[in-house]
Write a protein that binds this ligand. Structure first.
Ligand SMILES: Nc1ncnc2c1ncn2[C@@H]1O[C@H](COP(=O)(O)OP(=O)(O)O)[C@@H](O)[C@H]1O
Ligand SMILES: [Mg+2]
Length: 379
């Protein structure tokens, strides 16, 4: 209903404009009569027809042609002010020429208008599709960002769970298996104290067993401490790292220099384990990949930020690995470090060339660090 009303109004507007153009052409022609004379009275009428053909459509163009034809016939074809014709042959030929060529103009105008309308329509469609696509892209981007954030959160949470699980396994190993082995070695000692009463072969076996039990005890202790160094909770990061580095140097024969101030502030438990795992991963990488026989570890506090640097003098990370790491396709160890650091708003920087590799992490300290006090009062 509304559409029909607007289309009727539109039709009236187009016919009105065509009629006005026709009348304006006649008026203009009469105003120009002193200049142009009465020869060829169609000048301004052509302009009106072109206008109607372009802007108003074929029906209105026919109206313009008819009105101008009649107007010119009456006012401009001699004798002026009558439908009589002084020179019928020339005048009729002129009128026919005007009608035929005006008709052409009207038909061309119609097809031009149609193709213009079609290209407007196509443009509109394109614009709509573009807007729709843009909306969809925005929506997908927001969804992706959300998914990414929740993945990051999940990965941080999983790291924490893993730490907690390791801590539990370490405690279990120490408390149950460790205690049982301690009891076993005490019993073995009792048997050994009576060894002179045993057959020499059996006595040797018992003594060997005592050695094996002791070895297992040490092994279990090391595994338990590597799973979660007890020093980390009791004495803090500096001591735990020092303990780990000593064991690492002994096992790997890699000389490690440590620059860790003894009075390093205690940090939150999560932050300390993060830094400990980072150093652990870097040293493991140096042992597995670098070929270096030395390494340095520096931990310091700088402008309310904890800076951790681990360097080696090895062969460096191969370029193709570096490219892969940048595109996130490899480097589980480094990715794990990054995820851990992200939980604290920290960042990781890796520099590597043929002279060695330097991994540095920066972790902003929380505004008021009373975590140590909290932990002390809690324990
Ligand atoms: N200190 C290093 N020296 C040389 N190459 C290294 C060093 N650290 C890491 N890399 C290279 O970077 C890669 C990614 O390391 P990482 O993320 O720890 O994964 P992974 O140790 O499980 O291979 C390693 O596979 C290795 O090629
Ligand atoms: Mg690694």
């Amino acid at each position: 209903m509304e559409m029909r009303r607007t289309s009727t109004a539109e039709t009236i507007r187009r016919y009105g404009a065509a009629l006005l153009a026709a009348i304006a052409a006649l008026l203009m022609r009469s105003l120009l009569a002193p200049v142009l004379g009465y020869q060829n009275p169609y000048h301004t009428a052509w302009a009106a027809v072109v206008f109607s053909a372009w802007y108003c459509g074929i029906g209105p163009s026919v109206l313009t042609i008819l009105v101008d034809l009649i107007g010119i016939w009456y006012w401009f074809l001699p004798p002026a002010g009558s439908f009589a014709l002084a020179d019928p042959r020339t005048s009729i030929a002129g009128m026919l020429g005007f009608v035929v060529f005006s008709g052409f103009i009207a038909v061309f105008g119609k097809s031009a208008r149609r193709s213009l309308a079609r290209s407007h329509w196509a443009e509109d469609q394109l614009r709509n599709a573009h807007a729709e696509l843009e909306g969809k892209v925005l929506q997908r981007t927001a969804e992706l960002r959300l998914a990414n954030e929740s993945l990051r959160e999940l990965s941080g949470h999983l790291q924490q769970l893993r730490d907690e699980e390791r801590r539990q396994i370490a405690r279990e190993l120490h408390d149950s298996v460790g205690q049982l082995l301690a009891a076993l070695s005490m019993n073995m000692a009792r048997v050994q104290s009576q060894s002179e009463r045993l057959d020499p072969g059996v006595a040797r076996a018992v003594s060997e067993n005592a050695g094996i039990v002791e070895q297992i005890r040490k092994e279990i202790r090391t595994i338990s401490h590597l799973l979660h160094p007890p020093l980390l909770d009791v004495a803090g990061l500096a001591s735990a790292v020092r303990w780990y580095v000593d064991g690492f140097s002994e096992r790997s024969q890699i000389k490690v220099d440590m620059e860790v101030p003894a009075d390093l502030h205690r940090l939150s438990a999560e932050m300390e384990i993060t830094i400990f795992r980072l150093v652990q991963e870097c040293l493991t990488n140096i042992h597995r990949h670098s070929g270096s026989d030395s390494a340095t570890i520096a931990i310091r506090e700088e402008h309310h930020t904890i800076v951790v640097e681990v360097k080696d003098a090895g062969k460096g990370i191969p370029l193709d690995k570096q490219m892969e790491m940048r595109s996130g396709r490899t480097g589980v160890g480094f990715r794990g470090m990054r995820e851990r650091l992200r939980q604290f708003g920290g960042q990781l920087d890796i520099q590597s060339d043929s002279g060695g590799t330097s991994v540095s992490a920066r972790l902003p300290l929380p505004p008021v660090s009373n975590s140590h006090l909290d932990r002390q009062t809690a324990s």
